[in-house]
Design a protein around this ligand. Sequence first.
Ligand code: UDP
Length: 452
Amino acid sequence: MAGDGRSPTGRRVVMFPFPFGSHITPMLQLAGLLRARGLAVTVLHADLNAPDPARHPDFTFVSIRESLPDEVVSSPDMVEQMIGLNAACEAPFQAALAELVRGGGPREVACAVVDGQWYKMLGAATRAGVPALALRTDGAATFLTMLATPRLHADGYDRLDELVPGLEPLRLRDLIRVDGSDEETVLRFITRVTDAMRESSSGVVVNTFGAIEGAELAKIKRELSLPAFAVGPLHLVSPAPVGHGRPYAPDRGCLAWLDAQPPRSVLYVSLGSTACVDRAAFVEMAWGLAGSGVPFLWVLRPGSVHGADDVLPFPEELLDTVSCRGKVVGWSPQREVLAHPAVGGFWTHCGWNSIMEGICEGVPMLVQPCFADQTVNARYVTHRWGTGLEIGKVFERTAMARTIRMLMAREQGPQAPKERAHLLKMEASRCVGAGGAASLALDDLVEYMLGL
Ligand code: UDP
């Protein structure tokens, strides 16, 4: 076996990330932690969005050399694309894994860790004679909703605005939906993911921690009768560098701009790497920010407004406000921004990485979920953790400006988002400190892997 054959344990773990940016990063972060615990790491990967081996000299990288039909690569339907990727990668993954097993010493390959969206790979690993765990790169609550969805559907559960029994504080309307994919396709995908987990997985690893999702993790263990390991927040505990699949180079000039702002005064606005808004929403957001009187740093990716390839111009009446109170960038160094003392609030689309990064820096949030797990995460921010406010059901500038001011206000009570966010930051620090829950979970995970 090529590369890092020296491992103190003499055992190897094979990782297989899903080829989307926000999935690759947590998988490599987990790989870094397993490597530091004495396991050799081979990263099997698709050629689509392949990771850069030069950035990870401690891992061995092997391509599965999949051949993807054009309709999968260019599918506008993200869920159909994930189903197509599973179909196209199953056989090459199984062959590559079997080859690694043949090429290694006896019992060298301890197990595989595949992304939770790779439902076909759990069975493929078993057929190659390798036990496999699934890494969920979203939260435990989201995975719990996936486990419940086929049952809710079969029961014809349709009470959109009521709390779903067993999933509180979630309502049916908060569960996963994906723009551009019909409900049947999403259900088909979720059913495959959860069936594979029940049938072929040896366990589940989740990028979360007990203080925010301890109850959800316990429910997952009960429901699957499998071990579940909360090894997060991965971005804080892992030595591996991040930044895979990021669409743009970060504009670091915004950090100097933040340096010139008073403490906790700036609202950071970002909808992540894929969420888009329509023109009307963009204009209301701009007016809402202007009307709030709050300084803001706004990430506007080219193409993040539907139907516009580039960044849309601001309404002319707002240009003065934007230039004297705002800073607009195409992509930010988000983790550094959230850690900056001038940032006092985060207007977010509620992608899981953004949620974890915001929680760990103690930044209260305004939630504007767009699709997928974002609605689940948003509801947890407002109704479970109490660390944020809804930006508004109806996108309306005056209401938005009021909500922004409320979030950023200086004087607040003990139940205010700002205070709650500070408490969760403390919990996150405890979790990643020496002997904390993250490190204990990782010890358990490694012991479990070596015993498989
Ligand atoms: N991010 C960044 N700069 C930006 C916007 C986002 O570095 O201007 C990073 C952010 O720190 C996070 C990731 O991109 O790690 C977004 O992941 P998330 O799961 O929040 O959302 P997605 O992009 O998958 O919708």
